[in-house]
Design a protein around this ligand. Structure first.
Ligand SMILES: C[S@@+](CC[C@H](N)C(=O)[O-])C[C@H]1O[C@@H](n2cnc3c(N)ncnc32)[C@H](O)[C@@H]1O
Length: 239
């Protein structure tokens, strides 16, 4: 699936604003192909970090998928501790960190491993999601910004998507969420609140909702921005 992506941001523009771009994905070839499509294969300030599993738990999820049975003890272990720390061979933190249309992929991996009716499905989804959100903030330098951009619903379940004006999208998204018509784990109001309640973050904010036309299917996509506290604010935190 990754092969078709890496076109939603313009690397040449980003390179005019930033010293370096670091791209992280499980599918290294997809990232290289995307860079090549933008005619930038020989630039030396785009760094590809491929074969990085952002769930931090793919081996465990694969095992689960093959064995299907999971004891209550194993499920609790996962919920409490199975996520491996992210090992990126780079000099983090960054001025800006963006998670771009990846969260639903991580959540789909969990659904694929456990199945839709698993009693611990929601615990697992929340674990992976919240881990991703805190990872996002932890990679940002003090005072920098994190952005979470994710698809939230598609025209499969919201058939009027093609006809509505993008100006009304925020209001419409509120109705869709209230009517439970959205992908598992990406309720923007919940994500906003998880990001805002991170000790290292200032208040998060839903910035924009837009349409992503993918031919046979259209997605609604939203972006949330969250600023990390400054160093002096972080030093002043009392726990
Ligand atoms: C919708 S694409 C978005 C790609 C890119 N971020 C962009 O903006 O064009 C989803 C990406 O998620 C990646 N992905 C899926 N599971 C992953 C995982 N466990 N860890 C890291 N990346 C993953 C896929 O390889 C794919 O490139």
């Amino acid at each position: 699936m990754g092969r078709q992506f890496y076109f939603i941001f313009n690397f040449a523009y980003l390179l005019s604003r930033f010293k370096e771009i670091h791209l992280v994905d499980l599918d290294e070839q997809a990232v290289h192909d995307g860079i090549l499509r933008q005619g930038l294969n020989d630039t030396n300030n785009i760094f590809v970090h491929g074969t990085i599993d952002l769930t931090g738990s793919l081996p465990f999820l694969c095992k689960l998928h093959q064995e299907l049975e999971l004891t209550e003890g194993e499920a609790k272990d996962f919920i409490q501790e199975a996520i491996l720390p992210l090992k990126l061979n780079i000099n983090e933190p960054f001025e800006i960190v963006a998670s771009i249309c990846i969260l639903t992929q991580l959540i789909d991996t969990v659904i694929g491993a456990l199945g839709n009716t698993h009693p611990y499905l929601f615990d697992f989804i929340l674990k992976i999601r919240n881990h991703h959100l805190s990872q996002l903030i932890s990679l940002v330098e003090p005072g920098g910004w994190g952005f979470l951009i994710t698809d939230v619903v598609s025209s499969d379940s919201f058939t009027e998507m093609a006809n509505i004006s993008e100006e009304n999208f925020l209001e419409i998204m509120k109705h869709l969420i209230a009517n439970q018509n959205f992908f598992h784990g990406v309720n923007p109001y919940r994500i906003n609140s998880v990001l805002s309640s991170n000790l290292l973050a200032s208040t998060a904010q839903i910035l924009h909702v837009w349409r992503w036309n993918f031919g046979s299917r259209i997605y609604a996509v939203y972006g949330i921005g969250v600023q990390k506290k400054t160093l002096s604010e972080i030093i002043a935190i009392k726990i």
